[in-house]
Design a protein around this ligand. Structure first.
Ligand code: SF4
Length: 202
């Protein structure tokens, strides 16, 4: 089974609790004004990867101390079938799953979609709802706007964990070809991913 992705980062501390393997999916049917990752809205961009290959990459990243994966985008629930398979396999290995969705949990439940339900069943933390630029959230870590809710769908995490009150972080990496930037800058208060290519790079 294949998944359309925009980007992955094998170890990040800027996309959820602890160290995590972050996956930005390519494609979102929603159109929040001032979306932080507009290049990830089209379903035509990005690249296809085999879910089995992605599972292997995630499990290999355990050597770097990751405690889970974060699914972001793009809209993860627009890719529910392959992500449910991915989430089930990495969770079976003891890793946690955090998902950022533009849909509310109520909307997801109302879809009555088997793949959506299976992805929800493998999700430990769901951050839900459209990004609303009129309500920037400057108090809750990793949360873009005040209307968005954090749902703890398992007992693995809770609102009492200290990670929710520490400051947002932005990470910058240079891979020799591109400057990669991810995380939650102070303004806008939403997760972003950017790559800036070296002049002349292919
Ligand atoms: S749900 Fe996320 S990716 Fe989709 S338009 Fe809104 S902010 Fe952008």
């Amino acid at each position: 089974m294949r998944l359309r992705i925009a980007q992955t980062i094998s170890v990040t501390e800027a996309e959820g609790p602890g160290r995590r393997f972050a996956i930005w999916v390519q494609g979102c049917p929603l159109r929040c004004p001032e979306c932080c990752n507009p290049e990830m809205l089209t379903f035509d961009g990005g690249r296809d990867v085999e879910v089995d290959q992605l599972i292997a990459e995630v499990l290999a990243a355990r050597e770097s101390g990751i405690e889970g994966i974060t699914l972001i985008g793009g809209e993860p629930f627009a890719h529910a079938e392959p992500l449910a398979l991915l989430a089930r396999n990495v969770r079976a290995e003891g890793l946690s799953v955090m998902v950022f969705s533009g849909y509310t949990l109520a909307e997801l439940r109302q879809m009555d979609d088997d793949a959506v339900e299976r992805l929800l069943a493998e999700t430990d933390i769901l951050v839900d709802g459209r990004y609303d630029r009129a309500q920037p959230d400057t108090t809750r870590r990793w949360i873009g706007s005040a209307n968005q809710q954090i749902h703890f769908l398992s007992h693995r995490y809770s609102a009492d964990d200290s990670c929710w009150t520490t400051r947002d972080t932005l990470e910058v990496r240079w891979n020799g070809q591109e400057l990669l930037v991810n995380g939650f800058p102070a303004k806008p208060a939403v997760s972003m991913w950017r790559s800036i290519r070296k002049p002349g790079a292919e």
